[in-house]
Design a protein around this ligand. Structure first.
Ligand SMILES: Cc1ncc(COP(=O)(O)O)c(C=O)c1O
Length: 388
């Protein structure tokens, strides 16, 4: 039976794993848990990625425990409950749900800056590179990039850049805000050392410069560094967290900060066209996925350590952590192995997805909760079988 037919057969039969069809090496290691659908381990994305059918099933489970309450125009119901939860998680006075992280970043920076135009950002940040120049074109802010190509700028570099302005520019205009992304998507999820965050925060606070954090993936930084989301948040005036990257939501963002800042947001969200009619379907999912997330991420880290140690014993495979990294690791494949063939075989025969290694026979493995769908021995055996 071809791999393709085997997959269809398994799906049609409703039985996830029939050991008789698995290569001998993997058989012994099969997790005997029976799945409603074939579980797919994905070594990309930061979290589980629910397809529409799975999303609906999850919502039904949530709704059967306690009826989901709807919101109207992002007010009340599950959205309000979720905002309250984020106030507890971040320790901030107030949280607000927004339709996108881009909007959360831009509105936070605009409000924190007031009439001042200069905003310091990392050169590699989403705010600088991936928000379609919204700060410049919509909010009349001048983004000042620091630390070209790097994960972060230091407090000293920030201070030097700000101090140098007096000599570099004749007509002084005030500093609006500083925005810090952590961890940094464009540098493969690397983190800013906490000591540097503390210094940046101290410098900004003692100079009355508002500080925003793009913490889209702050739960990843918290899990890998052992520093709580609340502690990270404490160094910033506003913090944005993504609702869909690893918290299961279909979309969205939450922005947390002081009451004074957050109370300005509903009007601004409306005038920028973001007051969607409802978002209870994301909020209910996020509330549910938040329960136990720290434990699941710690379990994922533990499991990844066991898996990667096993992979490193397979001749021709080398998995390494990135310096200062979070959940993204590199996989180097010896040229004796056809990495792209291995990738396809892992997918077809074992439901393990990795990004294609390409010509360099090198790729990344992103750890997320899907690594818990099978035991470590199954994953190691699968790689062994495909790397042979
Ligand atoms: C670091 C970072 N910030 C902000 C965003 C923006 O999020 P959204 O897609 O919700 O606008 C993203 C999305 O990819 C991101 O990776």
């Amino acid at each position: 039976m071809s791999a393709f037919n085997r997959r269809n057969f398994l799906k049609a039969s409703g039985i996830a794993v029939l050991p008789a069809f698995l290569p001998a090496a993997a058989k012994a290691a099969v997790n005997t848990k029976q799945y409603a659908e074939e579980p797919i381990i994905k070594f990309f994305y930061d979290g589980e990625d629910f397809n529409p059918a799975q999303y609906i099933t999850e919502l039904q489970k949530i709704n059967s425990k306690e009826a989901i309450k709807r919101d109207f125009y992002l007010q009340g119901g599950a959205v309000a409950a979720m905002e309250k939860k984020f106030e507890e998680i971040t320790g901030k006075e107030k949280a607000i749900c927004m339709p996108t992280g881009t909007m959360a970043n831009q509105l936070a920076i605009a409000v924190l800056s007031g009439d001042n135009t200069k905003v310091f950002v990392q050169d590699t940040s989403h705010v600088y590179r991936d928000e379609a120049d919204a700060a410049q074109s919509v909010f009349q802010k001048r983004l000042m990039p620091l630390a070209k190509g790097q994960t972060y700028f230091t407090a000293e570099e920030l201070k030097t850049a700000i101090t140098a302005l007096k000599e570099q520019e004749v007509f002084a205009s005030g500093i609006g805000a500083v925005s810090v992304e952590n961890p940094v998507r464009r540098t493969d999820g690397r983190m800013i050392p906490i000591e540097e965050i503390r210094k940046i925060s101290e410098y900004c606070r003692s100079n009355n410069i508002p500080l925003h954090m793009d913490g889209a993936r702050i739960f990843m930084a918290a899990a890998w560094s052992g520093i709580s989301v609340k502690e990270y948040a404490s160094y910033f005036d506003t913090v944005y967290i993504s609702l869909y990257k690893y918290l299961g939501g279909a979309n969205g963002a939450v922005l947390c900060g002081t009451k004074t800042v957050i109370d300005k947001m509903p009007h601004l969200v409306k005038i920028h066209g973001g007051t969607v009619f409802s978002n209870w379907f994301s909020a209910a999912m996020v509330l549910s996925r938040l329960e136990g997330i720290e434990n699941r991420l710690q379990e994922s880290i533990k499991q990844s350590a066991a898996v990667f140690s096993g992979l490193n014993k397979i001749p021709g495979l080398k998995v390494s952590a990135l310096e200062g990294g979070t959940n993204i690791y590199t996989l180097e494949i010896d040229k004796k192995i056809d990495g792209n063939k291995m990738q396809q075989q892992l997918n077809k025969e074992f439901n393990i997805r990795i990004p294609p290694p390409g010509d360099k026979n090198k790729t990344t493995l992103t750890v997320n909760e899907t690594i818990l769908y099978r035991d470590a021995a199954y994953i190691i055996s699968a790689f062994k079988s495909c790397a042979g």
